[in-house]
Design a protein around this ligand. Structure first.
Ligand code: OAD
Length: 270
């Protein structure tokens, strides 16, 4: 066993001893709920439980590429609500930035499309946006890039943008069901094997291949899950630590145990 105990204290001791200098962080929608963005699968509040108004055949259809080609309206209705610009990063996002500032972050793998990691100041080259993001958009037919100002305007006006070149449908470069993940995901997916700590935050780990990332760590690399519920077999490893509950609380406790609480709060208040 690598940790002296599979607890917050054991973990903090490991970090304070300088043994975690190549940390991989894996995140999902749960880290943005306190910013006001719903997650997908929480039973009452998640997006998939609240899509009846969009008249979908099944909830995930809103992010399904073949459905989108037939009926882009539901996705654009949702995009109107989710479009970046009106949400502020959470203290959990700042925690990831803090790891970077301390020189400890090897890579952040995120499933989120809200761009809040960048907004919290995690540099682009440290982020793998495994499910893409709203940062770029292009035509699904001719692949021509589409200007950001135009899509922002169309989404705000509840209109569906069309390619300036071929009139094809324009889509933000979010990975839909039925589409490949970005090259960057495949280039970096074995990085967890080089890490000395893996932190999983706010994800149900239900969507593959992302869900397998924590399994790419080596056997005795500590993995910590900070999430409302236990997911994805985390807790089964010899050095897994479970900090179940709200992730903002969890990162604050971890920061405090490492002596970083003041740094974290300062960064978040910026
Ligand atoms: P989910 O909605 O599936 O899971 C969110 C997880 O975070 C759940 O386990 C929640 O209990 C937990 N959670 C919610 N709020 C929390 C909080 N404040 N503190 C701690 N935990 C909290 O979201 P993802 O795992 O991100 O894909 O979903 C994965 C993918 O499924 C998404 O990227 C999206 C979706 O279909 C695409 O759109 C391609």
């Amino acid at each position: 066993q690598t940790l002296s105990s599979r607890t917050l204290e054991g973990l903090a001791e490991y970090i304070k001893a300088g043994k975690a200098s190549k940390i991989v962080v894996m995140t999902g929608a749960g880290i943005s709920t306190s910013a006001g963005i719903p997650d997908f699968r929480s039973p009452e509040t998640g997006l998939y439980a609240n899509l009846a108004r969009l008249n979908l055949p099944y909830a995930e259809a809103v992010f399904d590429i073949s459905f989108f080609k037939q009926k882009p309206e539901p996705f654009y209705a949702l995009a109107h609500e989710l479009y970046p610009g009106k949400y502020r990063p959470t203290i959990t996002h700042s925690f990831i930035r803090l790891l970077h500032d301390k020189g400890l972050l090897l890579k952040l793998f995120t499933q989120n499309i809200d761009c809040l990691e960048r907004e919290a100041g995690v540099p682009d080259d440290k982020i793998v946006e495994a499910h893409g993001s709203f940062a770029r958009q292009s035509c699904i037919e001719c692949k021509h890039p589409y200007p950001e100002d135009d899509i922002r305007r169309h989404i705000a006006a509840k209109e569906i943008p069309r390619c300036h070149e071929c009139k094809g449908l324009v889509k933000p470069e979010i990975v839909f069901f039925g589409e490949q993940l970005p090259q960057a995901f495949f280039e970096n997916r074995m990085l967890p094997a080089q890490s000395d700590l893996c932190i999983v935050l706010g994800t149900s780990l239900t969507v593959q291949p992302f869900a397998s990332l924590p399994d790419a760590t080596r056997g005795h690399t500590p993995r910590v899950l900070i999430n409302k519920e236990r997911v994805g077999g985390l807790g089964n490893g010899t050095d897994d630590v479970l900090l179940l509950g709200d992730c903002d609380d969890g990162v604050k406790k971890l920061a405090e145990a490492c002596g970083w609480l003041e740094d974290l709060e300062k960064l978040w208040a910026e």
